[in-house]
Design a protein around this ligand. Structure first.
Ligand code: ATP
Ligand code: MG
Length: 753
């Protein structure tokens, strides 16, 4: 353990301007001397270097009070200087030197200078270097004169803080302080940021409606475009499909037309063939009719007709002449032979009936006969029967006349018969001549008939050919008609197809334009929606109009709102993430503080329990039959409460505030020794701690100091022998007549005696 090997003073308080040196060593050093000689000033010199920075602690109002103020023989010191020489043989101090000299100098203006081995150093450097070896939390190892009771009277919290210091809580306090400072910084930042966030949030709220509005508009617009594109795609696909279908139809119809044209060609050729044949038949018929047998037959028939007519006329004339002649003859007969008319009448009736029977039978025959020769024969017979009938009828006339005109006739009989006979002769002549003519006609008719018969065979063959030709022609004409009908139908069909194709071509053109328009529009949309087959165009159209209506209803939009909102949002997010970071940072700090607090509690309790135990033991040693203990005001959270001392010297129960000076000193010393045992520090400087102790107690304390000085360096100011007897060495302090303190070494042997 490090110890102070020497203390040097110059210009410090009563020690004058010359350098005063006090050699020190391990163990117990006692400093003795009369009142006012300057003993306590030595304690203050130690504290000047090692203790608090505050001048007050050194009983001086001002730093200048620390400087030797001179006297009648001495000038005041311009500065005060104290050096402590530390033995560093075992390198307890982190300096590469066997002796480490720590110096503090203060001038009248209160300016302080520190030095380590004569080199300027900062106060902090000295603290850092010495603190681990010579720590003195609460100054418990520096007991100023009359100050021992301080530990008893002090605030319980301050007392607890001594334990804090020993336990090294301060280290954590520093950390905690740093953490708290950080926490405060973080909280300040959080507060600032929260304000900023609120500002941005407010701004965002202001923008939100317009932004939502614009976003809705944008969404609807996008959907509208999408839907339009979908519809367009469907339309385009439909146009494309229809175009393909129309193309197919056109090709199909073209094929049909080609087939029809081919058929029509064939039919036309057929018609021509038929017509050619018909013309041939016509020519044949014409030629057949206008030449050869038919022409001859025509001439003969004409001649036959003429002859038949002439013969008819001649026959009628002949018959008229015959009838007149019969009449005339009858009259003549009546006149010449006036016979009984009744008998005549009866004969005539029989005659008439017979003739009529013959006539009927001949007529019957004529109907059945086919050959012209037979017809002629029957006709001849009929003619003679008719002549007979005429005669009979004339007989009837004569009979009737005879009955009616008998008287008259008898008068005129003389004139009439001659006239009648003349007439009869004329008639007879005419009859003969006519008969001749009839015969002539008959002959000519026969001749013509013969000629006709000779050419009739050839004519009928010819006619048959003509007939055949006509039939064939008719058949052909029928065929031609049918074929023409077919051709007409084909033509009509062709025409209809042409019209149809024309229609399709128009449709094709229209679809082409529609397709191109749809594609152009689609490119404009730049949207490639896959049309869902389930969506019917009608549905899309109604969706489009719904969207358009909604868009229209939305009205004008503030396009900037979206951007402004986004900017604000980005700012908000950035700030917010910063805020979150800070929050988590805060949490980290809080956690750290919590950990620090826990660790503090742990190390505090560690040290406290040792000291507490030691305290009870030492008190019992110092005050036989007495008990004492340390009580934490807040055992749950010791660091939130103070430290109470409870002492019962020799069976008494005394409150700390009501202790006698001796009891106070004894209890305080027990406390100090308890600390020394738990956390020994290398140096104790104690100024008259034994002032109030009775000899018995002083003796026990002296013994304890002696034991303690085996482990630690103790510098003790005392006026009592028991203490001096316990010391390893003694120094005396005296003051000369000029008010300057002097050091003198005292032989122990002398004192011991
Ligand atoms: P006691 O036994 O009564 O406690 P002491 O030996 O402890 O006495 P100190 O208190 O150390 O005495 O010394 C006090 C003396 O130091 C006083 O007489 C005082 O005049 C003197 N002194 C104090 N400050 C100065 C100073 N700045 N310059 C000169 N002398 C001083
Ligand atoms: Mg004193």
């Amino acid at each position: 353990m490090v110890h102070v090997s020497k203390i040097e003073l110059r210009g410090f308080k009563s020690f004058g301007n010359a350098k005063v040196s006090l050699p020190l060593a391990q163990g117990l050093t006692a400093i003795v001397g009369p009142n006012g000689s300057g003993k306590s000033n030595i304690v203050e010199a130690f504290r000047f270097v090692l203790g608090d920075m505050s001048a007050k602690v050194m009983r001086a109002e001002r730093f200048s009070d620390l400087l030797f103020n001179g006297g009648k023989d001495h000038r005041p010191a311009p500065f005060a200087e104290v050096s402590l020489h530390f033995n560093n043989d075992n390198n307890a101090l982190p300096v590469d030197s066997k002796t480490v000299v720590v110096t503090r100098i203060v001038n009248r203006s209160g300016t302080c200078i520190y030095k380590i081995n004569k080199k300027r150093a900062s106060r902090q450097e000295i603290v850092d270097m010495l603190a681990p070896a010579v720590s003195s939390p609460g100054g418990y190892n520096f007991i100023m004169q009359g100050d021992i009771g301080r530990f008893i009277r002090m605030d319980t919290l301050d007392r607890r803080k001594i334990i804090d210091g020993l336990a090294g809580v301060a280290e954590y306090d520093e950390k905690k302080e740093k953490a708290l400072a950080q926490l405060q910084q973080v909280e300040t930042n959080l507060q600032t940021m929260s304000g900023v966030l609120n500002e941005i949030r407010k701004h965002m709220e202001e923008l939100r409606e317009a932004r939502d509005h614009a976003l809705r508009h944008r969404e609807l617009d996008a959907r509208l475009n999408q839907t339009r594109a979908m519809l367009l795609q469907i339309q385009r696909d439909t146009f494309e499909r229809k175009l393909t279908e129309t193309g197919e139809r056109i090709r199909n119809r073209d094929e049909q037309m080609r087939e029809l044209s081919e058929k029509l060609g064939q039919v036309d050729a057929e018609i021509q063939t038929h017509e050619r044949k018909i013309r041939e038949f016509n020519k044949f018929i014409e030629q057949s009719q206008s030449s050869g047998a038919i022409a001859i037959v025509g001439g003969l028939r004409e001649r036959m007709g003429t002859l038949t007519e002439l013969m008819g006329a001649a026959k009628r004339e002949y018959e008229s002449v015959c009838r007149e002649a019969t009449g005339v003859r009858g009259e003549l007969e009546k006149i010449s032979a006036c016979r009984d008319p009744t008998t005549e009448f009866a004969r005539l009736s029989t005659e008439f009936d017979k003739l009529r029977g013959e006539f009927d039978s001949l007529l019957q025959d004529l109907k059945d006969v086919k050959s012209p020769a037979k017809v002629g024969e029957i006709l001849g017979k009929l003619r003679s029967v008719l002549n007979e009938i005429h005669r009979t009828v004339a007989g009837f006339d004569a009979c009737i006349k005879q009955v009616l005109e008998v008287p008259e006739m008898e008068g005129k009989q003389g004139i009439s018969p001659s006239k009648l006979r003349t007439r009869l002769a004329t008639l007879e002549g005419q009859r003969l001549e006519l008969g001749q003519r009839l015969k002539e006609y008959q002959r000519k008719i026969s001749e013509t008939k013969k000629s006709l018969e000779s050419v009739t065979g050839r004519e009928s063959e010819m006619l048959k050919s003509i007939q055949l030709a006509r039939e064939e022609r008719e058949r052909l004409e029928g065929k031609a008609r049918r074929v023409r009908g077919k051709a007409k139908r084909l033509g009509e069909e062709l025409k209809a197809l042409e019209v149809e194709v024309q229609g399709y071509r128009v449709e094709e053109g229209r679809l082409q334009v529609q397709l191109e328009t749809a594609e152009k529009e689609l490119r404009r949309f730049k949207v490639h929606a896959k049309p869902q087959p389930a969506l019917a165009p009608a549905k899309l159209e109604s969706e489009i109009s719904a969207l358009e209506a909604e868009l229209k209803a939305l009205g004008p939009i503030n396009a900037r709102a979206v951007r402004d909102f986004r900017t604000a949002e980005r700012r908000f997010n950035a700030q917010n993430s910063q805020y979150s970071k800070l929050t988590s940072e805060k949490q980290t700090i809080l956690n750290l503080i919590d950990r620090i607090d826990r660790k503090k509690g742990e190390i505090f309790m560690n040290t406290f329990s040792q000291i507490s135990k030691n305290f009870s033991e030492i008190f019992s040693e110092l005050s036989p039959e007495g008990t004492a203990r340390l009580i934490l005001e807040n055992p749950e959270r010791p660091l939130d409460g103070g430290l109470e001392i409870e002492a019962k010297p020799a069976g008494k129960r005394v409150r700390t505030g009501a202790m006698s000076g001796g009891e106070e000193a004894l209890t305080a010393l027990a406390f100090i020794f308890a600390i020394q045992r738990a956390k020994p520090t290398s140096l104790y400087v104690l100024d008259e701690i034994d002032a109030h102790l009775d000899p018995e107690n002083r003796q026990r304390v002296a013994e304890m100091l002696r034991l303690s000085s085996k482990q630690t360096q103790i510098v003790l100011i005392t006026l009592h022998d028991a203490m001096m007897a316990a010391a390893d060495r003694l120094f005396g302090v005296s003051m000369d007549g000029s008010g300057v303190s002097r050091m003198l070494s005292v032989e122990l042997s002398g004192y011991a005696a």
